[in-house]
Design a protein around this ligand. Structure first.
Ligand code: TYM
Length: 332
């Protein structure tokens, strides 16, 4: 199998939820055995929402803890903090010179943010995709494990990479692809009957890896449902389809089939489905809770991982940046 260069990150905006896990982190853990992996905590990206200094530090630390709790191994993958790599910022500047206002304004995630938060349309938000491209291209990554919502950002990364190569008649950057082990990129739904699981989607919409069993049960019992099927084999409305999608990721195929069959025969009781889903979620997240508790207090261990990751990541980043600077015309 070809050894790929893999790079991805997660913004430290709070605890990780199952969407982050199934869209990204699970893939990180699987890829570290076979590829050259760079996984970082995207603390620069989280600045677009202006966290307090305590939140910035605490959340970044928490993501590192959860990376490790999920099974990322610092002896296999390079794990680092985005802000420990100034090379990324220089590449971000270079890429911004060839990123155009029109294309940046058309990015779906930018338009969503403008709609959600019209009083905070900052330049960092607009150039979010160039920073993300810099994260990836600084390592010349070829595979980027992400969820479905990042597909467009990867497309832009390829556009910027290709544009740079063309402009300088070089082959500096490979064109990276979004990646998921199961094939298609995934979108894990939330519990409120609409869209995706996410922290900004409202209270109770996301299940976090660190949630207590009681919190998980409560959230799932409150998940949105309808009044039940009235015709045999009818199509499931979105909120019910979402519950089945969640069941598919944490429960056995037999369990999914059992409830699917009850639904198709109009005999389903949503209370039973939710109880089963809640228990399967509690069992699924149990090892994470345990490991998070074990690792959390180990400051020296966490610091040594960050220091080690920073060295390895910078070594690689410097090589790319030297090449980029040379191609652009900087002569030291
Ligand atoms: P972020 O922090 O919003 O999300 C981190 C990762 O989790 C995935 N994800 C989901 N996947 C499936 N279903 C969901 N409901 C769901 N919610 C979140 C996201 O797709 C993502 O993979 N821009 C990135 C962070 C980033 C990055 C990068 C990623 C910065 N630089 C370079 C890859 C490469 C972000 O905001 O993800």
């Amino acid at each position: 199998m070809k050894r790929e260069i893999v790079c991805s990150g997660i913004r430290p905006t709070g605890n990780l939820h199952l969407g982050n896990y199934f869209g990204a982190l699970r893939n990180f853990v699987k890829m570290q055995d076979e590829h050259d992996c760079y996984f970082f905590v995207a603390d620069y990206h989280s600045l677009t929402t202006h966290p307090t200094p305590d939140n910035l530090y605490g959340n970044a630390r928490q993501i590192l803890v959860e990376y490790l709790a999920a099974g990322l191994d610092p002896n296999k993958a390079t794990i680092y903090l985005q802000s420990d790599l100034p090379e990324t910022i220089e590449l971000y500047l270079f890429l911004n010179m060839n990123a155009y206002l029109g294309e940046l304004e058309r990015v779906t995630s930018f338009k969503d943010k403008v709609r959600q938060n019209p009083n905070n349309v900052n330049a960092g938000l607009l150039t979010y995709p160039t920073l993300m491209a810099a994260d990836i291209l600084i390592h010349k990554a070829t595979k980027v494990p992400v969820g479905k919502d990042q597909e467009q950002h990867l497309e832009m990364t390829r556009t910027f990479a290709q544009r740079f190569n063309n402009m300088y008649k070089s082959e500096v950057f490979p064109l990276p692809q979004a990646f998921n082990f199961g094939g298609e990129l995934v979108k894990i739904p939330g519990l409120n009957g609409t869209g995706k699981m996410g922290k900004s989607e409202g209270e109770g919409n996301a299940i976090f890896l660190n949630d207590s069993p009681e919190a998980i049960r409560k959230k799932i019992m409150r998940a949105k449902t309808d009044s039940g099927p009235t015709e045999m084999n009818q199509q499931k409305p979105m909120e019910i389809e979402n519950l089945f999608t969640l069941l598919k990721v944490v429960s056995s195929p037999d369990t999914v089939e059992y409830f699917d069959d009850l639904y198709n025969r109009c005999q389903i009781r949503y209370g039973d489905l939710k109880k089963q889903l809640a228990e399967d979620m509690v069992a699924f997240t149990e090892p994470f809770r345990q490991r998070i508790a074990e690792i959390s207090g180990n400051e020296d261990y966490l610091r040594s991982i960050m220091d080690h990751g920073k060295e390895k990541a910078r070594e690689n980043a410097r090589k790319t940046l030297n090449e980029v600077r040379h191609v652009i015309g900087y002569r030291n």
